[in-house]
Ligand binder design. Sequence first.
Ligand code: B0W
Length: 846
Amino acid sequence: MPNQRFVTSNPNTSATNVSILGITKEDFIDAFKWYYVHLLGREENFHTSPFYACEALSMSIRDRLMERWKTTNKTYVKMESRQVFYLSMEFLMGRTLSNAMLNLGIIDEATQAMHDLGIEIEELLDREQDAGLGNGGLGRLAACFIDSCATLQLPVTGYGLRYEYGMFTQVIVNGEQVEKPDHWLRQGNVWEIERREYSLRIKLGGHTEVQENEQGEHRICWISTQDVLAVPFDTPIPGFKNNTVNTLRLWKAVATEEFNLDEFNAGDYAESVASKVKAEHITMVLYPNDANENGKELRLRQQYFLASASLQDVIGHWTQQHGNEFGNFAKKSCFQLNDTHPSIAIAELMRLLMDVHGLSWAAAREITQETMAYTNHTLLPEALEKWPVSLMQRLLPRLMEIIFEINACFMSEVAARWPGDIDRLNRMSIIEEGDQQQVRMAYLAIVGSFSVNGVAQLHSQLLQQGLFRDFYELWPDKFNNKTNGVTSRRWLASCNPELAALITDTIGDGWITNLVELKKLELFAEDTGFRNRWYSIKQRAKQRFIAHKKQQQDIDLNPEALFDIQVKRIHEYKRQILNVLHVIHLYDCIKRGDTLNWVARCVLIGGKAAPGYVMAKKTIKLISNVSQVINSDPDIGDKLGLFFLPDYRVSGMEMICPAADLSEQISTAGKEASGTGNMKMMMNGAITIGTLDGANIEIREEVGDENFFLFGLTEDQIEARRGRYDPEAIIALDDDLQRVMQLLESGHFNQFEPRIFDDLIAAIKSKDDPWMTIADFRSYINAQKRVEAAYRDKNHWVKMSILNCANSGKFSTDRTINDYNSGIWKLEAVPVQYPPEIYTKNPRPS
Ligand code: B0W
């Protein structure tokens, strides 16, 4: 049955199977029926409504988390554990149900229970909406991190925003991206629990005043503000087969009562409703910009809303236990800032400690400095956040005062270290001078934190030598690297259960929590029987993907073809265009009859473009047009296919990565901070074709040069070329490239849409092309030829595939989180104990 993803014990057995948590199939049947019939109020014909069946199954599973969740919280409080708070504007969680089943160790029981009720669990799992509360890598990293923290039993809470609308749904109309709103909460979300009782008040606007209290002390007050309520919604984050259930707390903006009443009483009803809408706008929509221009006021409101709510929450818990005594606060708390997006937290923590809790500037500064840690995710200048001082003064007047003060202290430190170096003062100032003064958020984050890290070796090195060089000279010890990872639970165990079962049969299941154990697979890379099983599993994954695409898009993919995958946000630096140039070259070869030893190839490209990013949207259009010409040409047949995969998202990747043969990681060297899709595909046995960029470098180090297709200029070479880069000269000397450009420029792919690709073509032909696509063309084509040679030798390819998986152990977020913990967080693992009866107790009334 090609569409069956889960491998379970025989579903027809009626024997009572007890999961490791002591839950039986019968327990599930009971629970499921109770929810379906009593709570959801449906008739007992379960298979007629997969949506409600999915709800009922989710509720039955959520039940099993509740006691563990509460006990985990109580344990942290009782043990007075040091805790980490991961502040992120994005948590790209994807689906929850199958991950929860995996981590609770109850896939078999739940699958069999559904089977007995006449339901295929696969069908239910496909009903679940993705929680698309993120753009791409940065948001998915946050989601992988919290999975690993729970598995490692670390007291880590994720804090983020509960966007009403997540990442837009992408539809393709006439080859172009059209964005549709993603109202993911429309049908409710069984995984979240609203905790209105913990709502907090967030200030915005107003002005500051010095006031004297009863003790005659002067305090700065931030008054006449327009407040908004932050209401928390909690999602349980279960560890893998342990008793830990951590929390992801997402804030929703709700208007305060007086927000409405003030204007209502003044007789302006319409205005009062308008203010309510404005307040609640804050968490309405996720900004869909991945590493793009930003600077919108609403975005700053969102950032401050997240920072203030989360800090007030943490401080509120603290004062409940310790009153106004903050002596140990820094010993017990650490905030990890996921990029600069939440970095206003630095000024906000100072404000809360001084203005609300009465600490001195020096005490507040010390606590802040000892608790804040900052992760940088990009070197691209357009993604580095700056906020106009005037905007901050209007929206966050007290925060702006504090930032000025932090900067004044910092500037005197720099002046003391480098007397008279005015240039350096200007370069390093948190406030950028110019037509309009701006706050450089990255500098605020560096100055305010005790740790600054990049996300892959090369990226961290480039931060130190380039972007943050002055700061590295001042505080070398602050800077460190934490190479990214992905969670092996979702990205291998759950998304590729057949491969996972083969691995477990071969080397045991220790790899699920200790991914370096995959290394043991190396011993089997030469074993013919093992290779054959590996190959069959990869083929079945391809078949499943093909069936899915047939159903979804009515396209036919060739299962014998090399599956060549590039899925990620569309961005010039990621160079999807280079991929297209290669496809056009292959097309040209076929048309010319140059097909000796041809390797059939199916190129799949997926990803969203930021709605305002013209070049990225044009790239999608180009892919669509080229795809149309190639796929409808009878000369091409099964030899080559190019397909754009619409609406790429987390659940999409869970389908694609088991089917991937070749993983395209072809960014301009020095531009992709890390990449994490590369890790997911490697883990599932795909081989990377890539530049020496981001985590590719470490992937290649792990798997060895012979199992990686390297091409392209290095970061040094790219930088050295700038100023003397001449793409036209390169084209003139390369016949293949000339033909490719000729096809493009002749309008072959846009016969009825004249000139639409002119700007794309001009960009890659420009001497100033920052991404130097043309410079890497020849070496990319040659690397692709090596790919074909390797793929022709099936046995050899399978071996490379096994070795890629076997050497992916480093790229587990368990390793990444252990690195964060030993280098930055310094948490102790906190095992959570339960009385055994809670394992089996049925939490529902019977
Ligand atoms: C994401 C969002 C925004 C925004 O909304 O303004 C700005 C920048 C980003 C972003 N995303 N910056 N870097 C990333 C990606 O982060 C992952 C995880 O570390 C890396 O693997 C990618 O290389 C990086 O591009």
